[in-house]
Design a protein around this ligand. Sequence first.
Ligand SMILES: [Zn+2]
Length: 243
Amino acid sequence: MNELLHLKQHPGTNPKSFTSTICSAEVVDGDTWVELSDSYFYPSGGGQPADHGYLENESFSIPIQDVKKRAKLLHNIGIIDSDLLLFEGTVSASIDIKRRNILSRMHTAQHLISAAADELFSGRTIGNQIGLDKTRIDIGIEDRSKFDKELLEQLVNDGIEQQISVTMGLEHRSSLTSNPLVRVNLDLLPKNVEELRVITIEGRDICPCAGTHVSNTKEIGEIQINKVKSKGAGKLRVEYSLL
Ligand SMILES: [Zn+2]
């Protein structure tokens, strides 16, 4: 199974459990990675860590510790006696909802912060690492004297208070090129992908993205920028938490 079913879901919060079957298993560096017939698990990528969760049936309950997209979508079930997997039938797969919801809130906050940094300081997001406790965003700013942490935090928290809807849709890339709310360089996306999964925070940001998000900015809750540090000429690292 190579299809990333999470891409069809929005919002990316409170994912439902689903039934699936284990198609294959392989051992890499001592851990067993399984392929499922269907999977809504988010694989690590784009700065967002993978979902965790469980595979269960009458005879076992196995934690999923990591998920990655390679030629197949693979789920790390740790050091498991492979005999345990020798059965036919369905398993119930559940995604760790608490973890997913925090990551979706953190990730949607990242869109708001990146958009606000662009609006306020012409700052361009050049990387991010989303976490459960804290998230960091690297922002390129030509004139760093323009940067104002309080102003950035205020504009983001205003967007959260305004309860703006967050929607997902498929858009042709040509329809995005001249929209000022599109802040990413579309030329960096694979040229052969014509239709893009786009996340829109109404009036604030439009971003092609494969991550998981909330359905309204109010679900993020207030954010706090904890640290801003220099990462070399024209580059700042902004670290924030959810309150
Ligand atoms: Zn996103």
